[in-house]
Design a protein. Structure first.
Lengths: 563, 86
């Protein structure tokens, strides 16, 4: 029995044989034995593989943008540019045409040469960008050698599923994992908020990252048990331990189309996060009671500045897809950390403490007014449409927004505030009195309350949405909303965690907005749940002063209430 | 016949894939040939591989050199983009 430990980044346990995924090694694998191609066929094969790779990246980029945000998509988009670049493709074609090289070999050679050159740059961060070239080239090599992205590298024949082990997984490899087959994933590199971790959570695959020494132990076929909550990673587990970890894959939850209620009849709406009309329709099909967070920035990231008519069309399509259910559209949420293409964003030392969200919108009044007008016009046709303002940090921003709403003839809109800055949590009572609802963005609230940069691997382990200080702040916000008679909701990742749902309900939240795959899980967890038990749990958690105590309370509660 | 503009790469972590992609995207809108030079390094602003190879670090002074019909607009726009990159 060998025990390793990493950072648990996606909840759930699994025990299964290891499958090693390693794009780098595959690149060096000997080419298949076969008759040499003539030059014209070899070039045609290369073009076909590049086109297929681009298609694959484009699809993954669209998915990444929708599910993860623009950052992950930007990396895939950069890889598409690399594959379209004559500085890479020219020398590859030359070697095929003039030296008669095998296409895959030519791609490996040229991309390695470029990567080696980049790796010699005397700057640690830029050196690592060599990986982007290698990753992109690797996709083409994969196609030339007859497999698609990361997916086909997992042998489909392993009964009972596998645990994927890798040094690291690229966004494309992660997004391509077959969820019916991959029971868990574990990587030597990575942190809580690296792409592989975020994707694993979205895909509901238990995951442990940052496991030192993983590749010394991980051998294909060797059994490993992982716990995506604690970060445990146990090779050759004893049978009784294996049995405990070998939980069957989470059952497919039945779609519950109605709003669920706790045992005392309190309704809790389970909404979904979405960014396009298609996603709204998908969420509704999965039983969502509506959309609690409709992100509008992706539309701008894709098309630059979008005029009022196009926005109106997009909002109407989304509201129509919600089919009468509530749909909360978040106004543009951009800033230094996710800049709007084509707009001037001043350089900021701390973009997370800079011009983001409503601050950005208020500094670009024209842009904001256009969006508010489009939203008001859409709401005239679709009364189920509501609006939510991100990054509110004080009442002044609500005053300014109200002024703009009046001027834009949008005074009738239902406007709620996102609570994700500690100052707005402290002022929640006043904010609640002046808005239609409060919706807590737990991801940002957590990073601001704990002063932890979610993207910094050095402090990633300090980030926890159930830290006692965060939970107490959540309680304050819910109390303030309840006292003002408005709904308190949560639209951060915390809302999608099954063990957290009873806590949130116990604290007073009546609206949870989650990633679409989690709708069934959260509805099942809440349907008929004991309200007394939820309140008891909330009281116990609020009395706890250490993170470990909170985690134990949540785990114990989950085990006690599991079917 | 050539437009030149001096500037500085503000992006703190240097010209990595995401900002490089942003430059390529903007540069490709212009007909002119556009080069980004920094010290002894030079890169084709329309090629992400070329930009990654150059490895321009954060804060480095850069020189934009464009040749073609829209050279003035090109250096002006790209100087602006360089300022905006995070």
């Amino acid at each position: 029995v060998i025990r390793l430990r990493g950072e648990g980044v996606s909840d759930g346990r699994a025990c299964a044989p290891v499958v090693l995924l390693d794009g780098g090694a595959a690149a060096g694998a000997p080419p298949q034995e076969r008759a040499a191609l003539d030059t014209a066929s070899a070039l045609a094969e290369l073009e076909r593989a590049v086109r297929a790779s681009d298609d694959e990246l484009e699809a993954a980029s669209r998915r990444g943008r929708e599910e993860l945000g623009a950052d992950a998509a930007a990396i895939l988009e950069a890889q598409r540019l690399i594959l379209a670049d004559p500085e890479l493709m020219g020398p590859i074609r030359d070697r095929i045409a003039e030296q008669g090289r095998d296409p895959a070999e030519a791609v490996v050679e040229v991309s390695r040469e470029i990567a080696d050159e980049i790796a010699r740059i005397p700057d640690d961060y830029l050196q690592q960008r060599a990986a982007d070239v290698v990753d992109a080239a690797q996709i083409v090599v994969g196609h030339l050698r007859g497999r698609r992205g990361g997916r086909s590298a997992v042998p489909a024949a392993v009964a009972g599923g596998v645990i994927v082990a890798a040094r690291d997984l690229t966004p494309l490899e992660t997004i391509s994992l077959d969820r019916s087959l991959v029971r868990g994933l574990v990587t030597e590199l990575g942190a809580r908020n690296s792409h592989v971790a975020i994707l694993a959570r979205q895909m509901s695959i238990p995951a442990v990252v940052g496991v030192d020494g993983l590749l010394d132990e991980a051998r294909a076929g060797r059994r490993v048990a992982i716990d995506g909550a604690s970060g445990e990673c146990i090779f050759d587990p004893r049978p009784e331990l294996a049995e405990r970890f070998d939980t069957p894959p989470e059952p497919a939850f039945a779609v519950i189309p109605d709003v669920v209620a706790t045992d005392d009849g309190t309704a809790v709406e389970v909404l979904a996060n979405a960014a396009s009309a298609d996603e709204v329709a998908h969420a509704v099909a999965l039983g969502a009671d509506g959309i609690g967070l409709y992100r509008t920035e992706f539309m701008f990231f894709e098309s630059g500045l979008v005029d009022e008519e196009r926005q109106l069309r997009a909002y109407c399509e989304a509201a129509e897809a919600a089919d009468g259910r509530r749909i909360v559209i978040r106004t543009l949420d951009v800033g230094g950390d996710k800049p709007l293409p084509g707009s001037a964003v001043a350089e900021e030392d701390n973009p997370f403490l800079g011009v983001r969200g409503i601050r950005y919108s208020l500094r670009h009044g024209e842009l904001f007014a256009t969006q508010l007008r489009a939203l008001a016009r859409a709401a005239e046709r679709f009364p189920n449409l509501e609006v939510m303002v991100p990054m509110v940090s004080g009442l002044e921003e609500l005053d300014a927004t109200r002024e703009l709403l009046g001027a834009a003839g949008a005074g009738s809109l239902h406007v709620g505030a996102m609570i994700e800055v500690p100052s707005s949590a402290v002022l929640a009572a006043e904010i609640a009195r002046e808005t239609a609802f409060l919706s807590v963005g737990t991801n940002d609230l957590t990073q601001y309350v704990l002063a932890v940069d979610r993207t910094n691997p050095g402090v990633g382990e300090l980030y926890s949405e159930v830290h006692p200080a965060v939970v107490r702040m959540l309680a304050t916000i819910a109390r303030a909303a309840t006292a003002a008679g408005v709904t308190a909701g949560v639209c951060g990742e915390l809302a999608g965690r099954a063990e957290a749902a009873p806590l949130l309900v116990g604290l007073g939240y009546r609206s949870l907005s989650v990633a679409p795959p989690f709708i069934g899980r959260i509805k099942s967890a809440l349907a008929g749940a004991s309200m007394d038990a939820c309140r008891q749990l909330a009281g116990d958690v609020l009395a706890a002063s250490r993170l470990r105590q909170v985690e134990e309370l949540l785990t114990r509660n989950r085990e006690a209430t599991a079917p | 016949v050539t437009a030149v503009r001096e500037g500085r790469l503000r992006a703190a972590s240097g010209l990595h894939a995401r900002p490089a992609a942003r430059i390529v995207e903007e540069a490709s809108r212009f007909a002119s040939e556009i080069a980004i030079e920094s010290g002894s390094k030079g890169a084709n602003a329309k090629s992400i591989v070329s930009l990654l190879r150059a490895g321009i670090p954060g804060g480095a002074p850069v020189r934009l050199v464009a040749t073609g019909d829209d050279e003035e607009q090109a250096v002006e726009r790209l100087a602006q983009v360089l300022e905006e990159l995070e």
